[in-house]
Design a protein around this ligand. Structure first.
Ligand SMILES: [Zn+2]
Length: 449
Protein backbone atom coordinates (compact mmCIF):
# COMPACT_ATOMS: atom_id res chain seq x y z
CA UNK A 1 0.00 0.00 0.00
CA UNK A 2 1.17 3.47 -0.94
CA UNK A 3 2.70 5.55 1.89
CA UNK A 4 3.56 9.23 1.63
CA UNK A 5 7.04 10.01 0.30
CA UNK A 6 9.45 11.33 2.94
CA UNK A 7 10.85 14.82 2.31
CA UNK A 8 14.53 15.44 3.01
CA UNK A 9 17.79 16.73 1.58
CA UNK A 10 20.75 14.50 0.66
CA UNK A 11 23.11 17.47 0.56
CA UNK A 12 21.37 20.52 2.09
CA UNK A 13 24.42 22.74 1.67
CA UNK A 14 24.17 22.42 -2.13
CA UNK A 15 20.42 22.02 -2.49
CA UNK A 16 19.58 25.13 -0.44
CA UNK A 17 22.54 27.21 -1.65
CA UNK A 18 21.69 30.79 -2.67
CA UNK A 19 21.77 31.20 -6.44
CA UNK A 20 24.72 33.64 -6.54
CA UNK A 21 26.90 31.27 -4.55
CA UNK A 22 25.84 28.33 -6.72
CA UNK A 23 26.77 30.25 -9.89
CA UNK A 24 30.22 31.03 -8.39
CA UNK A 25 30.69 27.33 -7.63
CA UNK A 26 29.69 26.43 -11.21
CA UNK A 27 32.10 29.02 -12.62
CA UNK A 28 35.00 27.70 -10.52
CA UNK A 29 34.24 24.11 -11.54
CA UNK A 30 33.88 24.89 -15.24
CA UNK A 31 37.13 26.92 -15.22
CA UNK A 32 38.95 24.02 -13.53
CA UNK A 33 37.46 21.58 -16.06
CA UNK A 34 38.54 23.76 -19.02
CA UNK A 35 42.09 24.07 -17.67
CA UNK A 36 42.25 20.31 -17.12
CA UNK A 37 40.95 19.56 -20.65
CA UNK A 38 43.39 22.11 -22.17
CA UNK A 39 46.26 20.27 -20.54
CA UNK A 40 45.04 16.68 -20.90
CA UNK A 41 42.38 16.09 -23.60
CA UNK A 42 43.73 16.32 -27.20
CA UNK A 43 40.17 16.54 -28.58
CA UNK A 44 39.33 19.62 -26.51
CA UNK A 45 42.78 21.18 -26.80
CA UNK A 46 42.39 21.07 -30.61
CA UNK A 47 38.85 22.41 -30.44
CA UNK A 48 39.86 25.30 -28.21
CA UNK A 49 42.76 26.19 -30.53
CA UNK A 50 40.42 25.95 -33.54
CA UNK A 51 37.88 28.32 -31.95
CA UNK A 52 40.45 30.68 -30.44
CA UNK A 53 39.56 29.85 -26.83
CA UNK A 54 42.08 29.49 -23.99
CA UNK A 55 41.37 28.87 -20.31
CA UNK A 56 42.30 32.52 -19.65
CA UNK A 57 39.44 33.72 -21.93
CA UNK A 58 36.71 32.29 -19.72
CA UNK A 59 36.22 34.70 -16.82
CA UNK A 60 32.43 34.42 -16.41
CA UNK A 61 29.72 31.84 -17.15
CA UNK A 62 28.52 34.13 -19.97
CA UNK A 63 32.03 33.98 -21.51
CA UNK A 64 31.76 30.21 -21.45
CA UNK A 65 28.28 30.15 -23.02
CA UNK A 66 29.30 32.69 -25.71
CA UNK A 67 32.84 31.64 -26.58
CA UNK A 68 33.17 27.91 -25.98
CA UNK A 69 32.02 25.86 -29.00
CA UNK A 70 29.12 23.43 -28.53
CA UNK A 71 29.92 19.72 -28.94
CA UNK A 72 27.52 17.70 -31.06
CA UNK A 73 27.23 13.95 -31.14
CA UNK A 74 28.58 14.04 -34.72
CA UNK A 75 31.79 15.67 -33.42
CA UNK A 76 32.31 12.74 -31.02
CA UNK A 77 31.49 10.20 -33.73
CA UNK A 78 33.86 11.83 -36.23
CA UNK A 79 36.70 11.88 -33.69
CA UNK A 80 36.07 8.25 -32.80
CA UNK A 81 36.05 7.20 -36.48
CA UNK A 82 39.24 9.13 -37.25
CA UNK A 83 41.00 7.84 -34.13
CA UNK A 84 39.61 4.35 -33.45
CA UNK A 85 38.50 2.82 -31.21
CA UNK A 86 38.08 5.49 -28.50
CA UNK A 87 38.82 8.88 -30.09
CA UNK A 88 41.04 11.58 -28.56
CA UNK A 89 38.77 12.94 -25.83
CA UNK A 90 40.31 10.74 -23.13
CA UNK A 91 42.27 12.90 -20.67
CA UNK A 92 44.22 10.06 -19.05
CA UNK A 93 46.25 7.05 -20.18
CA UNK A 94 43.83 4.17 -20.85
CA UNK A 95 45.34 2.14 -17.97
CA UNK A 96 43.81 4.63 -15.51
CA UNK A 97 40.27 3.89 -16.74
CA UNK A 98 38.06 1.79 -14.52
CA UNK A 99 34.82 1.22 -16.43
CA UNK A 100 33.80 1.08 -20.05
CA UNK A 101 30.35 1.93 -21.34
CA UNK A 102 28.73 2.99 -24.58
CA UNK A 103 25.56 4.57 -25.91
CA UNK A 104 22.80 2.09 -26.70
CA UNK A 105 23.24 2.38 -30.48
CA UNK A 106 19.50 1.75 -30.99
CA UNK A 107 19.19 4.81 -33.24
CA UNK A 108 21.26 3.08 -35.92
CA UNK A 109 24.21 5.38 -35.25
CA UNK A 110 27.57 3.95 -34.18
CA UNK A 111 27.80 3.79 -30.38
CA UNK A 112 29.84 6.48 -28.63
CA UNK A 113 32.39 4.79 -26.38
CA UNK A 114 33.33 6.19 -23.00
CA UNK A 115 35.40 5.42 -19.94
CA UNK A 116 35.13 6.37 -16.30
CA UNK A 117 37.79 6.56 -13.65
CA UNK A 118 37.12 5.52 -10.09
CA UNK A 119 36.42 9.15 -9.20
CA UNK A 120 33.96 9.52 -12.13
CA UNK A 121 32.19 6.36 -11.03
CA UNK A 122 31.91 7.50 -7.41
CA UNK A 123 30.61 10.92 -8.46
CA UNK A 124 28.12 9.30 -10.86
CA UNK A 125 26.78 7.05 -8.11
CA UNK A 126 26.56 10.01 -5.75
CA UNK A 127 24.54 12.04 -8.30
CA UNK A 128 22.07 9.15 -8.52
CA UNK A 129 22.00 8.77 -4.72
CA UNK A 130 21.16 12.49 -4.40
CA UNK A 131 18.28 12.19 -6.85
CA UNK A 132 16.94 8.93 -5.41
CA UNK A 133 17.08 10.16 -1.79
CA UNK A 134 15.36 13.39 -2.73
CA UNK A 135 12.56 11.44 -4.40
CA UNK A 136 12.02 9.48 -1.17
CA UNK A 137 14.25 6.38 -1.29
CA UNK A 138 15.58 5.46 2.17
CA UNK A 139 17.99 2.80 3.55
CA UNK A 140 15.16 0.40 4.47
CA UNK A 141 13.95 0.21 0.85
CA UNK A 142 14.25 -3.00 -1.13
CA UNK A 143 15.06 -2.33 -4.77
CA UNK A 144 14.71 -4.23 -8.02
CA UNK A 145 16.70 -2.91 -10.97
CA UNK A 146 15.01 -4.36 -14.07
CA UNK A 147 17.79 -3.81 -16.57
CA UNK A 148 20.19 -5.96 -18.60
CA UNK A 149 23.52 -4.78 -17.03
CA UNK A 150 25.35 -4.66 -20.38
CA UNK A 151 27.82 -2.12 -21.73
CA UNK A 152 25.01 0.43 -22.13
CA UNK A 153 25.27 2.75 -19.09
CA UNK A 154 21.48 2.60 -18.46
CA UNK A 155 20.79 1.97 -14.77
CA UNK A 156 24.35 1.12 -13.68
CA UNK A 157 24.60 4.48 -11.89
CA UNK A 158 21.21 3.90 -10.25
CA UNK A 159 22.41 0.56 -8.87
CA UNK A 160 25.36 2.23 -7.12
CA UNK A 161 23.19 5.16 -6.01
CA UNK A 162 20.75 2.79 -4.26
CA UNK A 163 23.66 0.98 -2.58
CA UNK A 164 25.14 4.28 -1.45
CA UNK A 165 21.87 5.17 0.31
CA UNK A 166 22.01 1.77 2.00
CA UNK A 167 19.16 -0.04 0.22
CA UNK A 168 19.06 -3.77 -0.44
CA UNK A 169 19.47 -3.98 -4.21
CA UNK A 170 18.43 -6.89 -6.42
CA UNK A 171 19.95 -6.78 -9.91
CA UNK A 172 17.86 -8.82 -12.35
CA UNK A 173 20.10 -8.96 -15.45
CA UNK A 174 18.61 -11.19 -18.11
CA UNK A 175 15.63 -12.38 -16.05
CA UNK A 176 12.27 -12.58 -17.82
CA UNK A 177 9.27 -10.52 -16.78
CA UNK A 178 7.38 -13.33 -15.00
CA UNK A 179 10.39 -14.13 -12.82
CA UNK A 180 10.83 -10.47 -11.97
CA UNK A 181 7.15 -10.20 -11.00
CA UNK A 182 7.46 -13.20 -8.68
CA UNK A 183 10.57 -11.65 -7.12
CA UNK A 184 8.73 -8.38 -6.47
CA UNK A 185 6.21 -10.35 -4.39
CA UNK A 186 8.61 -12.83 -2.72
CA UNK A 187 11.35 -10.35 -1.77
CA UNK A 188 8.91 -7.60 -0.75
CA UNK A 189 10.40 -5.11 -3.18
CA UNK A 190 9.45 -1.47 -2.42
CA UNK A 191 11.21 0.33 -5.31
CA UNK A 192 11.20 -0.75 -8.96
CA UNK A 193 13.72 0.85 -11.29
CA UNK A 194 13.17 0.53 -15.09
CA UNK A 195 12.03 2.43 -18.19
CA UNK A 196 8.39 3.65 -18.33
CA UNK A 197 7.76 1.28 -21.29
CA UNK A 198 8.98 -1.68 -19.29
CA UNK A 199 6.88 -0.67 -16.26
CA UNK A 200 3.80 -0.80 -18.49
CA UNK A 201 4.86 -4.15 -19.91
CA UNK A 202 5.20 -5.55 -16.39
CA UNK A 203 1.65 -4.41 -15.65
CA UNK A 204 0.34 -6.20 -18.75
CA UNK A 205 2.16 -9.44 -17.91
CA UNK A 206 0.93 -9.20 -14.29
CA UNK A 207 -2.58 -8.74 -15.59
CA UNK A 208 -2.26 -11.85 -17.79
CA UNK A 209 -0.95 -13.82 -14.80
CA UNK A 210 -3.83 -12.60 -12.63
CA UNK A 211 -1.52 -10.69 -10.26
CA UNK A 212 -2.87 -7.41 -8.88
CA UNK A 213 0.45 -5.66 -8.19
CA UNK A 214 -1.24 -2.67 -6.56
CA UNK A 215 -2.87 -4.89 -3.94
CA UNK A 216 -0.29 -7.65 -3.51
CA UNK A 217 3.10 -5.96 -3.75
CA UNK A 218 4.87 -3.61 -1.34
CA UNK A 219 5.94 -1.32 -4.19
CA UNK A 220 5.79 2.34 -3.23
CA UNK A 221 8.09 4.00 -5.79
CA UNK A 222 8.75 3.43 -9.48
CA UNK A 223 12.01 5.06 -10.56
CA UNK A 224 12.10 5.50 -14.32
CA UNK A 225 14.63 6.90 -16.75
CA UNK A 226 15.65 6.52 -20.38
CA UNK A 227 12.39 7.70 -21.97
CA UNK A 228 10.12 10.70 -21.44
CA UNK A 229 7.08 8.58 -20.40
CA UNK A 230 7.14 9.34 -16.66
CA UNK A 231 6.15 12.94 -17.28
CA UNK A 232 3.51 12.17 -19.92
CA UNK A 233 0.26 12.49 -17.96
CA UNK A 234 -1.58 9.48 -19.41
CA UNK A 235 1.47 7.17 -19.17
CA UNK A 236 2.14 8.30 -15.60
CA UNK A 237 -1.45 7.58 -14.62
CA UNK A 238 -1.35 4.02 -16.00
CA UNK A 239 1.84 3.28 -14.05
CA UNK A 240 0.86 4.97 -10.77
CA UNK A 241 -2.60 3.36 -10.75
CA UNK A 242 -1.39 -0.08 -11.87
CA UNK A 243 1.33 -0.35 -9.22
CA UNK A 244 -0.42 1.88 -6.66
CA UNK A 245 2.96 3.61 -6.31
CA UNK A 246 4.58 7.01 -6.94
CA UNK A 247 6.35 7.49 -10.25
CA UNK A 248 9.58 9.49 -10.40
CA UNK A 249 11.16 10.84 -13.58
CA UNK A 250 14.96 10.73 -13.67
CA UNK A 251 16.74 12.23 -16.63
CA UNK A 252 20.27 11.77 -17.81
CA UNK A 253 22.13 11.43 -21.06
CA UNK A 254 24.40 8.57 -21.98
CA UNK A 255 27.18 10.84 -23.21
CA UNK A 256 27.40 12.61 -19.84
CA UNK A 257 26.83 9.29 -18.02
CA UNK A 258 25.15 11.14 -15.22
CA UNK A 259 21.92 11.95 -13.46
CA UNK A 260 21.08 15.48 -14.56
CA UNK A 261 17.62 16.14 -13.10
CA UNK A 262 14.91 14.32 -11.16
CA UNK A 263 11.55 14.46 -9.38
CA UNK A 264 11.61 15.40 -5.65
CA UNK A 265 9.22 14.08 -2.99
CA UNK A 266 6.93 17.11 -3.47
CA UNK A 267 6.34 16.12 -7.12
CA UNK A 268 5.66 19.62 -8.47
CA UNK A 269 5.76 18.50 -12.11
CA UNK A 270 9.34 19.66 -12.59
CA UNK A 271 12.68 17.88 -12.22
CA UNK A 272 15.35 19.57 -10.07
CA UNK A 273 18.64 19.94 -11.90
CA UNK A 274 21.79 18.74 -10.13
CA UNK A 275 23.32 22.16 -10.81
CA UNK A 276 26.47 21.66 -8.77
CA UNK A 277 27.49 18.84 -11.16
CA UNK A 278 25.84 19.92 -14.41
CA UNK A 279 25.82 23.34 -15.99
CA UNK A 280 22.76 23.47 -18.24
CA UNK A 281 21.58 25.91 -20.89
CA UNK A 282 18.33 26.06 -22.84
CA UNK A 283 18.99 27.35 -26.35
CA UNK A 284 17.36 27.83 -29.74
CA UNK A 285 18.13 24.57 -31.60
CA UNK A 286 19.13 26.39 -34.81
CA UNK A 287 21.02 29.46 -33.63
CA UNK A 288 22.08 28.13 -30.17
CA UNK A 289 21.04 31.54 -28.76
CA UNK A 290 20.11 31.36 -25.05
CA UNK A 291 16.36 31.26 -24.29
CA UNK A 292 16.34 31.42 -20.48
CA UNK A 293 13.39 30.47 -18.27
CA UNK A 294 9.91 29.53 -19.46
CA UNK A 295 10.72 28.81 -23.11
CA UNK A 296 11.01 25.45 -24.85
CA UNK A 297 14.42 24.86 -26.36
CA UNK A 298 17.32 22.44 -26.66
CA UNK A 299 19.23 21.33 -23.58
CA UNK A 300 22.96 21.96 -23.75
CA UNK A 301 24.79 20.38 -20.84
CA UNK A 302 28.29 20.47 -19.37
CA UNK A 303 29.21 17.87 -16.75
CA UNK A 304 31.38 19.84 -14.32
CA UNK A 305 33.28 16.97 -12.76
CA UNK A 306 34.71 14.55 -15.30
CA UNK A 307 38.12 12.96 -15.06
CA UNK A 308 38.35 10.40 -17.89
CA UNK A 309 36.26 11.94 -20.66
CA UNK A 310 35.68 15.71 -20.40
CA UNK A 311 32.64 17.05 -22.22
CA UNK A 312 31.67 20.68 -22.77
CA UNK A 313 28.42 22.27 -23.96
CA UNK A 314 27.00 19.00 -25.23
CA UNK A 315 24.07 19.73 -27.58
CA UNK A 316 21.65 16.95 -26.62
CA UNK A 317 18.75 17.47 -29.07
CA UNK A 318 16.45 17.03 -26.05
CA UNK A 319 13.57 19.52 -25.82
CA UNK A 320 13.24 21.04 -22.32
CA UNK A 321 11.76 24.06 -20.54
CA UNK A 322 13.51 25.50 -17.48
CA UNK A 323 11.88 27.20 -14.47
CA UNK A 324 13.25 28.65 -11.26
CA UNK A 325 13.55 26.18 -8.38
CA UNK A 326 11.13 28.08 -6.14
CA UNK A 327 8.21 26.89 -8.33
CA UNK A 328 8.50 23.70 -6.20
CA UNK A 329 7.47 23.90 -2.52
CA UNK A 330 10.39 21.70 -1.33
CA UNK A 331 12.71 24.67 -0.65
CA UNK A 332 15.47 23.72 -3.08
CA UNK A 333 17.08 26.55 -5.01
CA UNK A 334 18.01 24.15 -7.82
CA UNK A 335 16.24 25.05 -11.10
CA UNK A 336 13.71 22.72 -12.69
CA UNK A 337 13.03 21.16 -16.07
CA UNK A 338 9.25 21.29 -16.24
CA UNK A 339 7.79 18.00 -17.50
CA UNK A 340 11.24 16.40 -17.92
CA UNK A 341 12.31 15.73 -21.51
CA UNK A 342 9.49 17.02 -23.70
CA UNK A 343 10.73 15.30 -26.86
CA UNK A 344 13.73 15.30 -29.18
CA UNK A 345 14.39 17.63 -32.06
CA UNK A 346 15.64 14.75 -34.20
CA UNK A 347 12.34 12.87 -33.60
CA UNK A 348 10.23 15.84 -34.68
CA UNK A 349 8.42 15.38 -37.99
CA UNK A 350 6.22 17.62 -40.08
CA UNK A 351 3.04 16.01 -41.39
CA UNK A 352 0.82 18.17 -43.60
CA UNK A 353 2.22 21.29 -41.97
CA UNK A 354 1.81 19.99 -38.38
CA UNK A 355 4.91 19.58 -36.17
CA UNK A 356 4.67 16.24 -34.37
CA UNK A 357 6.73 14.48 -31.71
CA UNK A 358 6.19 10.83 -30.69
CA UNK A 359 5.26 12.09 -27.18
CA UNK A 360 2.15 13.83 -28.57
CA UNK A 361 0.81 10.52 -29.91
CA UNK A 362 1.79 8.65 -26.72
CA UNK A 363 -0.05 11.21 -24.58
CA UNK A 364 -3.29 10.42 -26.46
CA UNK A 365 -2.93 6.65 -26.96
CA UNK A 366 -1.94 5.96 -23.32
CA UNK A 367 -5.20 7.61 -22.31
CA UNK A 368 -6.82 4.33 -23.40
CA UNK A 369 -5.81 1.64 -20.88
CA UNK A 370 -7.25 -1.07 -23.16
CA UNK A 371 -4.33 -0.43 -25.54
CA UNK A 372 -1.46 -2.76 -24.69
CA UNK A 373 1.08 -1.61 -27.28
CA UNK A 374 1.14 0.82 -30.20
CA UNK A 375 3.31 1.90 -33.11
CA UNK A 376 3.07 5.01 -35.27
CA UNK A 377 4.35 5.58 -38.79
CA UNK A 378 4.16 8.45 -41.22
CA UNK A 379 3.82 7.19 -44.78
CA UNK A 380 3.22 8.59 -48.21
CA UNK A 381 -0.05 7.12 -49.47
CA UNK A 382 -1.16 8.10 -52.96
CA UNK A 383 0.84 11.31 -52.72
CA UNK A 384 -0.54 12.25 -49.31
CA UNK A 385 1.40 12.25 -46.03
CA UNK A 386 -0.55 9.94 -43.74
CA UNK A 387 -0.24 9.26 -40.01
CA UNK A 388 -0.90 5.59 -39.18
CA UNK A 389 -1.40 4.39 -35.62
CA UNK A 390 -1.32 0.62 -35.08
CA UNK A 391 -2.77 -0.69 -31.83
CA UNK A 392 -2.65 -3.94 -29.92
CA UNK A 393 -5.62 -4.30 -27.60
CA UNK A 394 -5.33 -6.18 -24.28
CA UNK A 395 -6.43 -9.82 -24.46
CA UNK A 396 -9.05 -9.42 -21.74
CA UNK A 397 -10.83 -6.54 -23.50
CA UNK A 398 -14.07 -7.34 -25.33
CA UNK A 399 -13.45 -7.25 -29.11
CA UNK A 400 -16.68 -5.31 -29.59
CA UNK A 401 -15.10 -2.30 -27.82
CA UNK A 402 -12.21 -2.06 -30.29
CA UNK A 403 -14.20 -0.12 -32.91
CA UNK A 404 -15.06 2.53 -30.33
CA UNK A 405 -11.39 2.88 -29.34
CA UNK A 406 -10.39 3.43 -32.99
CA UNK A 407 -13.00 6.17 -33.41
CA UNK A 408 -12.11 7.86 -30.10
CA UNK A 409 -8.35 7.92 -30.84
CA UNK A 410 -9.00 9.30 -34.36
CA UNK A 411 -11.17 12.03 -32.89
CA UNK A 412 -8.67 12.98 -30.16
CA UNK A 413 -5.75 13.13 -32.59
CA UNK A 414 -7.86 15.31 -34.88
CA UNK A 415 -8.94 17.61 -32.04
CA UNK A 416 -5.52 17.92 -30.37
CA UNK A 417 -3.13 17.80 -33.32
CA UNK A 418 -5.27 18.87 -36.27
CA UNK A 419 -4.62 15.68 -38.28
CA UNK A 420 -6.86 12.71 -39.01
CA UNK A 421 -4.85 9.48 -38.66
CA UNK A 422 -5.59 5.99 -39.90
CA UNK A 423 -5.94 3.69 -36.89
CA UNK A 424 -5.83 -0.09 -37.06
CA UNK A 425 -5.97 -3.02 -34.64
CA UNK A 426 -3.12 -5.52 -34.99
CA UNK A 427 -2.88 -9.13 -33.73
CA UNK A 428 -1.56 -9.85 -30.22
CA UNK A 429 2.24 -9.66 -29.88
CA UNK A 430 2.78 -8.38 -33.43
CA UNK A 431 4.17 -4.96 -32.47
CA UNK A 432 7.71 -4.54 -31.06
CA UNK A 433 8.24 -4.58 -27.28
CA UNK A 434 10.97 -2.59 -25.56
CA UNK A 435 12.94 -2.91 -22.35
CA UNK A 436 15.18 0.08 -23.08
CA UNK A 437 14.94 3.11 -25.34
CA UNK A 438 11.51 2.45 -26.78
CA UNK A 439 11.01 3.74 -30.31
CA UNK A 440 7.39 3.59 -31.38
CA UNK A 441 7.57 6.13 -34.17
CA UNK A 442 8.95 5.77 -37.69
CA UNK A 443 8.92 8.18 -40.60
CA UNK A 444 8.76 5.98 -43.72
CA UNK A 445 8.24 8.76 -46.26
CA UNK A 446 11.81 8.88 -47.51
CA UNK A 447 11.71 5.15 -48.27
CA UNK A 448 8.46 5.47 -50.24
CA UNK A 449 9.96 7.95 -52.70
ZN1 LIG B 1 11.25 20.13 -5.17
Amino acid sequence: MKTELPHGYWNPKIELMPKGKLRRLQLKRVQDAIRYAWESSPFYRNRMVQYGVTPENILTLEDFFRKFPATRREDLERDQLANPPFGTRLALPLEKALRYHSTSGTTGKPPVRAFDTERDWLWGGDAWATSLYNFGVRPDDVVMVAFGYGSFIGFWGAHYGFEKIGCRVHPTGAMDTKTRLQMILDLKVTVLCCTPSYAIRMLHVANEEGIDLGARSRLNMIVTAGEPGASIASTREIIEKGFDAYLGDFMGTTETAGMIASTCAKRCGGLHINEDRFLVEVVDPNTLAPLGYGKKGMMVVTPLIKEAMPLFRYATNDIVMMERGNVCPCGRSLDLFMGGILGRYDDMVKVRGVQLTPQMIEEIVRGFPAVEEFFTTVENRSGLDTLLIKLEIRKDVDAALSGGIIDDIKQQVKNNLGLTPEVSIEPQNSLPRFELKARRFQDLRAKAN
